[in-house]
Design a protein around this ligand. Structure first.
Ligand code: CA2
Length: 140
């Protein structure tokens, strides 16, 4: 059974509760249940934190055991050298996901400390990006 970790960064615990125009109206816990139903043969885990160091620790923990990480580092994408370094240091493939199309937004969202170290990036496809990322990690 493949093992894939989903890691979400700061403020994504507010999904479905605020700014539905940008981030949709589904909360991640509900979406995670539908992902588990969609992939019954994958051992999926989900971790969210608003704390940068906790995200680094989660990346390290999932990074040497399992088949991949799907990460949305949220605002830390654009600021965190530590998260970029953690992704560069681990063994498993990483797919970077953004719910919104960061390329169509403010210029500070154009910089990612993660993209160059990730297997690939999905942006702008809403929550479906997580499903597509999991499919990639299963099939690669
Ligand atoms: O589009 C994405 O997935 C982002 O990673 C989301 C981040 C943003 O800083 C990135 O530039 C793009 C923000 C996450 C905040 O999530 C919220 C969800 C609901 C209400 C308020 C914030």
């Amino acid at each position: 059974m493949k093992k894939i970790a989903i890691i979400n960064g700061p403020n994504l615990n507010l999904l479905g509760k605020r700014e539905p125009g940008i981030y949709g109206s589904t909360d991640f816990e509900t979406y995670f249940e539908s992902l588990k139903a969609l992939f019954p043969n994958v051992r999926l885990s989900y971790f969210q934190s608003n704390v940068e160091g906790e995200l680094v620790t989660a990346i390290q923990q999932a990074g040497f055991d399992g088949d991949g990480i799907v990460i949305n580092p949220a605002a830390y994408t654009h600021t965190s050298v530590a998260i970029g370094d953690a992704i560069a240091a681990i063994k498993v493939p990483v797919v970077e996901v953004h719910i919104s199309n960061v390329h169509a937004r403010e210029s500070f969202r154009q910089l990612s400390h993660v993209s160059a170290k990730a297997a690939g990036t999905i942006a702008g496809l809403g929550l479906q990006g997580y499903e597509l990322a999991i499919r990639y990690l299963i099939n690669r």
